[in-house]
Every structure is written in structure tokens, then in C-alpha cells.
Design a binder for this molecule. Structure first.
Ligand code: FCB
Length: 524
């Protein structure tokens, strides 16, 4: 077995019915441009050839930020499903527990100073639902936890003083336990539950009213596909249900409707602020990848990679930007429940949020319905450099994924990109190469990218992989009472690029070549 990432082997197992026929699917082909190696080259994933040029610049006003999530950096989220899930050592490598992490809410000044020290102009973090409303009673009676509200206000006040623009996520993988009972994984949980349709919008309304004067930019849900895959297929996220593709698809459909309702709730609750003159601006953080055929000479793999690209990268934003609902995932809008321009979905994102971490291989020997293949993204048989997570380092794919977003004609924010690199040997080159490709997506591909959030500000609890992979621009001494931060080498580079608003090819060349990572094991 390969070392397991937090989401186990299958990346995409969406299936309920028969596979759509290959010839009639109009799913857009993989837009891998010139970076798709041909059959006779033997491997579908090309080596990195850096986009041309001697220097790139970043537009004025471009945000250089960092990102975190509450469950990964806060302590004491005892009413979150993930907290309870992580209590079982079988679910997290080394039996690591979130409480042994950076304890972020006790170290707000240090964290904001760390952002200032690298010249960050924005910060994406989550307001944790289960901290604000720990119990169903507290939610029903609208009795928020006073110290939770105070902590997030303290953070927002400190960010404002530091002129750092907040992007707030309302659901980053963790769900209150009254909406996700991990002891009953066979029952409807989390985004499958009917009450999610009303409770999440209500939570958003209250958060919009409470924090709207301090926050304009909202992320409703982080990485829907990863979340649902882990929850209902791969047993990598609570409730860890037995693999059931029908369930995952049903939950995905409801999640999209929940998002639309949360969008409406935030816009109603968070109107124009005196401070900024802005109203709410809402999207989600969508994890997109580049999908390649495992064998480029195998037509089934090629076809499955194209279908997976459509379903994984496009389906959600097609619904929320255009209102195009492809109920049977066949890439056409001719099915009984398909429709286009649905007014209840259309226009429910103000910008496109995208997280990028790399490439995936799709194998038609394991033909899953809808996509006709099994995608995997760790321990890949490529010669690309690997990360602590055993993912490939694939910077040109970043440009490919960004280019796919042009059709939405909306501003784009890169809500996450980063590398697990516990030895601090690869992070600088990774950062520079990804920023380089992103800059080309702006200048040459016409992608209207407004900001980039490096994942992550600090080392944190990396879900099923525990504390082993270190994504932080800052290392955290978790054993110290002060949870002392130490900048990585990449922090200085981030600071330089953010300050100069430019990056030269010679700066990339000056970074050390990739060296072997410490591959972190997943849960046993
Ligand atoms: C993303 C998650 C984020 C973090 C990074 C490494 O998929 O959104 O919380 O785990 O991966």
C-alpha cells in the first residue's frame, strides 16, 4: 500500500447508475494544453517546463495572503465532529490530536505579527460553527458562546489594525456534532441532513450580522468534493460512512443548494459597511486538479481523465455561476432533471475560489460510473518531485487549472496552495514556481486573479496525517507553552515577492533543487 493521504486511494467515486456512454458525453476535454504528453512519450504527466520569460509582475492591489482553518489550529473544539473523530487513534496518524496544535486563539497577536512580518495583505481563516454554538440548544435559542465571539472579534480587530483583509470560511471540514453524529455513520449526517438546508443559512445570517462590519469576503464551504469523498466514500472524514456513491452524490447535490441558500443569507445579512463601502462577497473554496490518463495509450484512461475533469473541476461552478444543473453528470443538459439557467442557483458566487495542490492519474481498469476510471493522487508512478503528503509537485498544472476558470468571467482568488515540507527544503522553490505559473495565467491566459493565499500561515493539524506534514510558512514549536513560531526559508521569499510585486526567473533558479521529502504516513 502506498502511504495514505488523508483521503484514501480513490479520489473520485461518484456513482449511482450506469456509466454514461463515452461517445455521447460532451464533458469538456481536459484542457491540459501543451502540457499533455502524447501516447508515444510513454507517460501522460510531463516534466515541468517553466513558462517562458525573465520576470513576472503582479497587478497592483493583488492580495498576498495566507490561509488556515479553525479545526487545524484551534484548541478545544470539543463539539466538532472532527474533534470526536480524531479522538480515535485509528483515524489520525500517530494518534495526533488537534488540541496539541498551535492553540491559535490563545496566540492571536503573535499570529497577526507573523503575517505582518511577511508583508501579508490578507488572511483566510474559519469561524468555527461548533465554537460559536456548541450545542443544539445554544443554536436553537441563539445563545452564542460569548468567549468564542470575543476571540473572533479580537482576531478581526487585530487584522484591521494590521491592514490585513480577512476572508472568512464558515465551514472548513468540521461540522457541529448535533449535525454529524459520528457514532451513526449509516444515518444521514452533515450535508445529507435536511435541516442543513435551514440551519446553515441561519448560522450564516447570524454570522453576517455579527461580523459583517468587519468582514466582506466569505467562503461558505471548503473543498466540497474532498469533504464528501472523505465522509461518504473513503472513510477519511467523519462520519466515515461505508463507501456509498449514491450517498455522496446526493450529499453533493444538497451541498450545492445549501451553498446557494447561504450565499443569499450572507448577502441579506451583510450589507454595505460604513467602514469599507463593501457588501458581502461570497464564494466557496473549490479544490481543483489536473487529471491525466494513467496510461496515455489507453483510450479508456484518456476518456476517463476528461470526464473526471468535468465532474470534479467544473460541475459545481457550472451550477453556481450559470445555473446549469447536470443532474446525471453526463456533461449534457438533456436529462430528465437537468436544467440550465436555474434562477435558484445561477449567480450564487461573486468570485471563483480555487485551491490547487497538483495532478491526478485516472485508471479505467477500475471504471467508476460517470467517469469510467479511478483517480488517485498520491504515490504516483511519475518522476516528479514529491511532497510530505506523497503528492507530485506539478506547477504547470496550476496554470492549467486556472485557465479552466476563464469561462466563468469572474474574479478568481487562489484560496489555497502550498506544500507539506517538514524539512523546509522544498517550500521556497514550490512557492516561487507556483507564483510564476499563476502570474502567467494572469498575463497570458486572461485569468482575472485577485489574490493568492499560501497554505498555510503556520504548521497545523493536517487531518488524517496529523502533525507530520508541515505546510507552514512558520514552524510551530508545539511543545513550548508559547507555541513559538520560527519562519521557514520560504517566509523570506514570500515577503520579498509580496513587497516587490515581481518575481524573476533568476530568483527561482537560486532556490535549492527539490530533495526527497519525509513521506508522512496516513492513519493505520
Ligand atoms: C486542503 C485543505 C486544507 C489543508 C490542505 C493541505 O485540501 O483544504 O485544510 O489540509 O489541503
Amino acid at each position: 500500500m502506498p502511504s495514505a493521504p488523508r483521503v484514501l486511494v480513490p479520489l473520485l467515486l461518484l456513482a449511482t447508475a450506469a456509466c454514461s456512454s463515452k461517445s455521447d458525453a460532451t464533458a469538456p476535454a481536459v484542457d491540459a494544453g501543451t502540457d499533455t504528453a502524447s501516447c508515444d512519450q510513454g507517460s501522460s504527466v510531463p516534466a515541468y517546463v517553466r513558462s517562458a520569460g525573465a520576470e513576472v509582475t503582479f497587478p497592483s492591489g493583488f492580495l498576498f495572503g495566507t490561509a488556515t482553518a479553525g479545526m487545524q489550529i484551534e484548541k478545544g473544539l470539543v463539539h466538532a465532529d472532527w474533534y470526536q473523530w480524531a479522538a480515535d487513534p485509528k483515524h489520525v496518524a500517530n494518534g495526533d490530536k488537534p488540541d496539541d496544535g498551535p492553540d491559535a486563539l490563545a496566540h492571536i497577536p503573535e499570529h497577526v505579527k507573523a503575517m505582518q512580518d511577511v508583508g501579508a495583505s490578507s488572511y483566510r481563516f474559519s469561524i468555527e460553527w461548533s465554537r460559536i454554538y456548541p450545542t443544539l440548544d445554544s443554536f436553537t435559542s441563539d445563545t452564542p458562546d460569548a468567549s468564542a465571539l470575543a476571540s473572533y472579534h479580537q482576531l478581526l480587530t487585530a487584522l484591521k489594525a494590521a491592514k490585513i483583509r480577512p476572508f472568512v470560511t464558515l465551514h472548513h471540514f468540521a461540522t457541529p456534532d448535533y449535525l454529524d453524529d459520528i457514532t451513526k455513520p449509516r444515518d444521514a449526517q452533515s450535508f445529507e441532513r435536511p435541516e442543513m438546508m435551514t440551519m446553515f443559512p441561519l448560522f450564516a445570517t447570524r454570522m453576517g450580522k455579527e461580523f459583517g462590519a468587519e468582514v466582506d469576503d466569505w467562503v461558505t464551504i471548503n473543498e466540497p468534493m474532498i469533504l464528501l469523498l472523505g465522509a461518504y466514500v473513503a472513510q477519511g472524514h467523519p462520519p466515515g460512512a461505508p463507501a456509498d456513491f449514491k450517498r455522496m452524490v446526493a450529499a453533493l447535490k444538497q451541498l450545492v443548494r445549501v451553498h446557494a441558500a447561504v450565499y443569499d443569507a450572507l448577502h441579506a445579512a451583510d450589507t454595505v459597511d460604513a467602514g469599507t463601502g463593501h457588501a458581502a462577497s461570497v464564494s466557496l473554496a473549490k479544490h481543483n486538479r489536473v487529471f491525466y490518463p494513467r496510461n496515455p495509450c489507453e483510450p479508456g484512461d484518456v476518456d476517463a481523465a476528461a470526464k473526471t475533469t468535468y465532474l470534479w473541476n467544473e460541475w459545481i461552478y457550472n451550477a453556481l455561476v450559470f445555473g446549469d444543473w447536470d443532474d446525471d453528470f453526463d456533461g449534457k443538459y438533456t436529462g430528465a432533471n437537468d436544467r440550465q439557467g436555474d434562477p435558484t442557483l445561477k449567480g450564487r458566487v461573486d468570485w471563483i475560489g480555487v485551491n490547487y495542490y497538483g495532478n491526478t492519474l485516472v485508471d479505467s481498469a477500475l471504471p467508476l460510473p460517470y467517469v469510467g476510471g479511478l483517480p488517485t493522487y498520491n504515490d504516483l508512478p511519475t518522476s516528479l518531485p514529491k511532497t510530505d503528503m506523497d503528492w507530485d509537485v506539478f506547477p504547470q498544472g496550476f496554470r492549467t487549472v486556472l485557465k479552466e476558470l476563464v469561462k466563468y468571467k469572474l474574479p478568481v482568488y487562489v484560496t489555497e496552495n502550498g506544500v507539506g515540507d517538514s524539512q523546509d527544503v522544498n517550500k521556497s522553490r514550490y512557492l516561487a514556481e507556483h507564483l510564476w505559473e499563476m502570474a502567467h495565467a494572469i498575463s497570458e491566459d486572461g485569468v482575472d486573479i485577485r489574490g493568492y493565499f499560501y497554505w498555510s500561515l503556520i504548521d497545523n493539524f493536517e487531518w488524517g496525517n496529523g502533525f507530520c506534514p508541515r505546510f507552514g510558512l512558520y514552524k510551530v514549536d508545539r511543545a513550548s507553552a508559547a507555541k513559538t513560531l520560527t519562519p521557514t526559508k520560504a517566509a523570506a521569499l514570500f515577503k520579498q515577492i509580496a513587497a516587490d510585486r515581481k518575481l524573476s526567473a533568476s530568483t527561482i533558479d537560486a532556490q535549492p533543487a527539490y530533495s526527497s521529502p519525509v513521506i508522512c504516513q496516513g492513519p493505520s
